[in-house]
Ligand binder design. Structure first.
Ligand SMILES: *[C@@H]1O[C@H](CO)[C@@H](O)[C@H](O)[C@H]1NC(C)=O
Ligand SMILES: *[C@@H]1O[C@H](CO)[C@@H](O)[C@H](O)[C@H]1NC(C)=O
Ligand SMILES: *[C@@H]1O[C@H](CO)[C@@H](O)[C@H](O)[C@H]1NC(C)=O
Ligand SMILES: *[C@@H]1O[C@H](CO)[C@@H](O)[C@H](O)[C@H]1NC(C)=O
Ligand SMILES: *[C@@H]1O[C@H](CO)[C@@H](O)[C@H](O)[C@H]1NC(C)=O
Ligand SMILES: *[C@@H]1O[C@H](CO)[C@@H](O)[C@H](O)[C@H]1NC(C)=O
Ligand SMILES: *[C@@H]1O[C@H](CO)[C@@H](O)[C@H](O)[C@H]1NC(C)=O
Length: 924
């Protein structure tokens, strides 16, 4: 045995310690408390954040018996659970749902999230299979990819704990290239396994903190990750659980997942490419809704408009600056004292203005909060039809000092809280199985729509947020605009198992624990509450509130307007993308927030919510010219594209600064020009479960340099965007994976750009770096200031050939607003484009593979990069017939090698199923 071998044996053989599994995540661990749990106290000074108090090895279960795919486990002799009695017997049930492997650890009859996934599957060329092993006193299992025999999930590190209110599952990962989990403010796209980090997951009205590394739980919950294995294969994992939960990413690389209810119901998606993982995941949980075409337009919003006049003034200023703008957004200011379904006096004439905006082809998206004041007509309407609200379990719990103030509620168990309205509010129960609540919600929206013709809906505060829960002196006592309503107090002072589970998760510990008045019910309703006439505990279903509100809000919007529109929701859960989009919450006007929003939008595409974006220019805090300019430029590539600002801050719409106005106009015109491509990406996302904004590694999973390119992203498979995200930057460093790329921005527009690490100029007067990938045909349209008018303009094609002179692309087109019941019956066109160029000439073939009923504008412009030699403009044949090319407007540049063909009504796209345009080059 040589010395090196011995050394490595000592280091990695006998001495290699697995990751520490935290035995004292609560605040204020110390040696005696730790040891009283039977755990090891070993303070470490390294900076990897390893817990000082951790479990001894061997936490887990033994295999008792097996019956086919059911494994009966029995608690072993290893360490006991400090947070409640271990269940002595649990089961693992494994099954294959098409290509999806389900490993469900738990017991029959326990709470299961009432979420209706389609559970459809897509075939895979590879299989993930389940296998078990054990040592003397520990059972474990692995999930293995059949083609490579790689373990993609490996629970041999122990740590399986199962009690009523504490469940834990630990696994080694096959690589550190892991993405996802949410909702959190991630500062990098790829997780970092060099240290221990615990990410909270409990829906909370919590503005993201992007300034420092912050692992707090935010508005939604997405227990889903994607991992790239060392050989480039990708897989996805969903833990289908809706309780308060968290995950620790730890050296190993490993994961330690904890939740406080339900089962450990784990679904494995085999890929083997990142795109296939997403397709399999979205087939299973449900594919995203298709936003109305106009919803891809630019949105102007702010909180704190003094009245309708100010909204008119700011919209007027943006329109006057020639900035494409589609949507006016109204925050709670428009409501009468913040009550849903009412209009404030300062907004008299709002409906007239909406009519006027509709005349300009603009749309309105107003905000609605879920909670309704317990003393006005909509609440009375709800009572009259027996709509339900989140309730106390029994009358003895009702907080009488509040309830007695509301004759409409005083005989009910409805849990009254405090949000924006002046008096206490009730929270509709969207899990009501009688359907009455949903019918009432629709009725209110319909009635209000008859007064204010909105086109889309923004649902906020649906974690659900409640102000001042358990606080003697909530913030609003000191707010001029909010009366001192008695706060809601939850039964946190006794032993209530829902309010005070033995393990309360980092959603409590990060906020200082119970000693600092932090509870699971902080900023929300009491977890002891119930829904659906007592059949669901709020403790279990809280994380589903935003999802269930979105389901019924989308249904109501479609019924009320007869169109598909768009809903955007703050709180989300897996499958929320079927019903709504998402904005990344109450960010701050800081460069750090611009950066995390670039990452967040990629993550929400992984979660199946591609209609996503951030509050452009920053919501909280004071924005500034340079930041706002850069954010507008970046946001122009996010599907949900809204400038939004908070109360009391100076206006930050792009018309405020001439330079921002100019940059925004340029960025928006580019977006509006490429809308047919962006819409087609959404169409594919919705029909086939693809992403729109996607990480670069989705397209280049074999290129390790793409694995952590958080600040660059792809728009579909053909366009790469490298936004400017640093203050003062006039150049941008970026990475172009090995392929053919052409510039689509000011620097060398149309020229081929070498792949690799490059630095390009990106002054504020230029578009941000954008590139098109060789091999692409991109549909576009001449842009104008609304999506509706842009849609009527002639089509254009951008052709970026690959090295062989070929390119392909596709356009999906419908009327932009009809409801999609099924893509099989939906009325749409699909046009496939195929281009090939040789030394003697070129041909473009347009094949209509799906015929819709609406008329398409003509194709008038074709711009071709890297075109080798001058074409003979007299040689053009359209379907074999000679066609005149306008030689005044058509050009060829031998320097940039760009061919620009422009002829009015060149191709009638509706004229035939196959259209060919071909031509010869000038012979030498
Ligand atoms: C540990 O914490 C407990 C509870 O706060 C306290 O009573 C005890 O004195 C502490 N022990 C040590 C060794 O600090
Ligand atoms: C094993 O499972 C099968 C199918 O679920 C069931 O019919 C059978 O009774 C089980 N056997 C035992 C010994 O539990
Ligand atoms: C892996 O699984 C796939 C899908 O079931 C199957 O087609 C393939 O033959 C398997 N490959 C190996 C090497 O077992
Ligand atoms: C509820 O309020 C009404 C009106 O103030 C009152 O008549 C009634 O007695 C109250 N009921 C309860 C249960 O407090
Ligand atoms: C707990 O709080 C409730 C409501 O504030 C109060 O009525 C009750 O007396 C308290 N119980 C204890 C044990 O302090
Ligand atoms: C609600 O629950 C109560 C108590 O369990 C039951 O008596 C009642 O019938 C239920 N109501 C409905 C509408 O299901
Ligand atoms: C395009 O072709 C269709 C089908 O032949 C025809 O009905 C339509 O009028 C044409 N449109 C134009 C603008 O010529």
């Amino acid at each position: 045995m040589n010395y090196l071998f011995l050394l490595s044996f000592l280091l990695f053989g006998t001495c290699k310690a697995g990751p520490r599994i935290n035995c004292f995540p609560e605040p204020n661990a110390n040696q005696s408390l730790c040891e009283s749990r039977g755990c090891i106290w070993n303070p470490v000074t390294s900076e990897d954040g390893a817990p000082w108090c951790y479990f001894k090895d061997g936490v887990g279960y033994n295999l008792d018996s097996q019956n086919g795919s059911v494994y009966n486990l029995r608690k072993n002799n290893g360490p006991k659970n400090p947070w409640g009695a271990d269940f002595q017997n649990i089961q693992i049930r494994t099954s294959s749902i098409g290509s999806v492997l389900n490993v469900k650890i738990g017991l029959e009859g326990r709470y299961e999230p009432p979420v209706d996934f389609p559970r459809a599957t897509l075939p895979s060329s590879e299989t993930l299979f389940f296998t078990t092993a054990s040592s003397e006193d520990l059972f474990w299992f692995s999930v293995i990819r059949n083609t490579t025999n790689r373990k993609i999930f490996d629970t041999s590190l122990g740590g399986l704990i199962f009690s009523d209110q504490f469940l834990q599952l630990s696994t080694y990962l096959p690589s550190e290239n892991m993405y996802g989990w949410g909702e959190n403010a991630h500062q990098t796209l790829k997780h970092n396994f060099s240290r221990y980090l615990t990410w909270g997951m409990l829906a909370r009205d919590q503005p993201p903190n992007s300034l420092n590394l912050d692992t707090m739980n935010l508005y939604g919950v997405h227990p889903f990750y994607m991992c790239l294995e060392p050989d480039g294969n990708a897989h996805g994992v969903l833990i289908f659980n809706s309780n308060a939960q968290e995950v620790t990413t730890a050296p190993g690389p490993s994961l330690i997942y904890r939740t406080i209810g339900g089962n450990l119901d784990v679904y494995f998606f085999p890929g083997p490419t990142p795109a296939l993982v997403t397709q399999q995941y979205l087939a299973f949980i449900g594919k995203p809704f298709l936003p109305a075409y106009w919803a891809l337009g630019y949105q102007l919003s702010r909180y704190g408009y003094s009245g309708l006049d100010e909204m008119k003034q700011r919209i007027g200023a943006v329109r006057d600056a020639g900035i494409p703008l589609d949507i006016a957004v109204a925050d709670i200011d428009y409501m009468n004292r913040y009550k849903d379904f009412s209009t404030n006096d300062k907004w008299t004439g709002f409906e007239d203005y909406v009519s006027q905006m509709h005349g300009w082809n603009m749309k309105l998206i107003p905000i609605f909060d879920p909670a309704v004041e317990a003393d006005y007509l909509p609440f009375q309407d709800a009572q009259a039809v027996q709509a339900k609200f989140i309730e106390w379990e029994d009358f003895s719990q009702v907080q009488r000092d509040i309830q007695n103030l509301y004759p409409m509620a005083n005989q009910t168990k409805i849990m009254l809280g405090v949000v924006w309205p002046d008096r206490h509010v009730a929270f509709p129960d969207f899990l009501d199985s009688t359907g009455r609540t949903q019918a009432w919600w629709k009725y209110e929206l319909e009635l209000y729509h008859s007064k204010l013709s909105f086109d889309g809906i923004w649902i906020d505060m649906n974690e659900p947020a409640n102000f001042g829960t358990n606080e003697q002196h909530p913030w609003y006592f000191d707010d001029d605009d909010h009366p001192n309503d008695a706060p809601l107090f939850c039964p946190t002072n006794g032993t209530n198992r829902w309010e005070l589970p033995l393990f309360q998760t980092h959603a409590v510990y990060y906020y200082g624990g119970n000693e600092n008045n932090a509870y699971l019910s902080s900023k929300t309703l009491c977890l002891a509450g119930v829904q659906n006439n007592g059949t669901f505990r709020f403790y279990d279903v809280k994380n589903l509130y935003g999802l269930t509100e979105a389901i019924h809000t989308q249904a109501a919007l479609m019924e009320v307007t007869g169109k598909r529109g768009a809903v955007v929701s703050r709180s989300t859960f897996p499958s929320a993308g079927r019903y709504a989009g998402h904005w990344l919450g109450d960010n701050t006007a800081r460069w750090e927030d611009l950066r995390t929003s670039v990452i967040g939008a990629q993550e929400f595409n992984l979660f199946g919510i591609p209609f996503v974006g951030s509050d452009v220019c920053g919501f909280l805090g004071t924005s500034n010219e340079e930041l706002c300019l850069r954010w507008q430029q970046m946001g122009a590539f996010h599907s949900f594209f809204r400038n939004h600002n908070t109360l009391g801050e100076p206006a930050q719409d792009p018309a405020v600064w001439p330079a921002v106005a100019t940059a925004t106009r340029i960025a928006n015109l580019f977006r509006y020009q490429y809308l047919p491509y962006l819409f087609s990406l959404h169409f594919l996302a919705s029909r086939d479960g693809l992403t729109v904004v996607r990480p670069v590694f989705f397209e280049f999973p074999m290129d390790t340099a793409t694995f952590d390119l958080g600040y660059q992203f792809m728009w579909g498979s053909s366009i790469l965007v490298a936004p400017v995200v640093y203050q003062g930057a006039v150049t941008t460093n970026l990475y172009l994976p090995n392929d053919v790329w052409y510039s689509l921005f000011d620097y060398k527009y149309g020229s081929q750009i070498d792949s690799g690490y490059i630095t390009v100029p990106s002054p504020t007067t230029s578009r941000i770096p954008v590139f098109v990938r060789g091999g692409s045909v991109i549909p576009r349209q001449t842009p104008t200031t609304t999506t509706t008018m842009s849609r009527l303009n002639p089509f254009e094609l951008l052709i970026a050939p690959c090295q062989l002179g070929k390119a392909v692309g596709v356009l999906y087109w419908d009327d932009g607003e009809r409801i999609v019941n099924s893509f099989d019956s939906h009325d749409y066109h699909q046009l496939d484009f195929s281009f090939v160029s040789t030394s003697s000439g070129a041909s473009l073939t347009i094949t209509r593979t799906r015929k819709g009923s609406i008329t398409l504008p003509t194709l008038d412009i074709i711009e071709i990069f890297n075109y080798p030699s001058p074409p003979n403009f007299r040689s053009f044949l359209l379907n074999g017939q000679s066609v005149n090319i306008n030689v005044q407007s058509s050009t060829y540049s031998g320097i940039t090698k760009t061919l620009y063909i422009s002829t009015k009504s060149l191709i009638n796209l509706t004229s035939a199923d196959v259209i060919t345009l071909e031509w010869n080059n000038v012979s030498k």
